[in-house]
Design a binder for this molecule. Structure first.
Ligand code: PGA
Length: 248
């Protein structure tokens, strides 16, 4: 693994470092492919990218966008869907053509077939140049929950109780949080040419230490990143607190 670790002093530095890495990864690409995570962790990065493309040239205007995951049962026009998040937080602010935005269809009648279709679409795009990922407090990557096979492709998964409770903040009650999702698999994510892992807060510290320095094992799905050749980890101090001192 080539691991670059940045422990940022503040949210602005974190967003700037991650944005630099994204811009480096797409530099010179005629048709870059950007993989985006949803959730709170990357919001500052997307805002920083939007600020940059407003004031300069926009290499991301030619990009295709692939999402990591989507809740089963939600269509793209549901405001709680990840398709809506990608549209509002990434596609509009960065001026990307909606025809080049790919999110699994959570409302597909056959979710398994939809997962297979999405995986094929990703492969035929030529693959992701740079993938932004967060990490769950339980070590999940995308919605690959603990015990996900390291060689998994895009598929339908059942969300763990801890993930549903972490995400209840976006819903009115725990019963409203979906129980299933379509997620890129761990092998799918691992095919991205570069990966940026972003995390903030002490509630991510244990999972990060396990992911980066524990055994590579389905128990901590994000540990699969140790097998990747190009990972940049951009985190804040509280998230770094359980990393070996030589790193933090
Ligand atoms: P968060 O989610 O960015 O909202 O903390 C990350 C994740 O669950 O992967």
């Amino acid at each position: 693994m080539t691991l670059r670790l940045v422990v940022a002093e503040n949210p602005e530095e974190l967003a700037a470092c991650a944005s630099d890495r994204i811009m480096d990864a797409v530099a010179g690409r005629m048709a870059p492919v950007l993989g985006v995570a949803t959730g709170s962790s990357p919001l500052g990065i997307y805002a920083e990218l939007a600020r940059r493309v407003t004031f300069g040239s926009n290499p991301l205007a030619r990009a295709s966008i692939f999402a990591l995951d989507e809740y089963v049962g939600f269509s793209a026009d549901d405001s709680r869907s990840y398709a809506a998040f990608v549209r509002e937080r990434v596609v509009r602010p960065l001026g990307i053509d909606p025809a080049r935005v790919f999110v699994p269809n959570g409302a597909a009648v056959d979710a398994d077939a939809e997962a297979a279709r999405f995986e094929a679409q990703l492969i035929s795009s030529g693959g992701v140049d740079v993938q932004v990922v967060g990490i769950g407090s339980n070590g999940h990557l995308g919605f690959n929950e603990p015990d996900s096979p390291l060689n998994s492709g895009t598929r339908v998964v059942t969300l763990s109780a801890s993930t549903r409770s972490d995400n209840v903040r976006y819903f009115d009650a725990i019963e409203s949080v979906p129980t299933q999702a379509i997620t890129q698999g761990l092998a799918t994510i691992g095919r991205a040419r570069a990966i940026i892992l972003v995390a903030q807060g002490e509630h991510k510290a244990r999972a990060l230490a396990a992911a980066l320095f524990g055994p590579v094992s389905p128990e901590c799905p994000a540990s699969v990143l140790q097998l990747h050749a190009d990972v940049t980890v951009v985190i804040d101090g509280p998230a770094a607190q359980h990393l070996p001192t030589v790193w933090s």
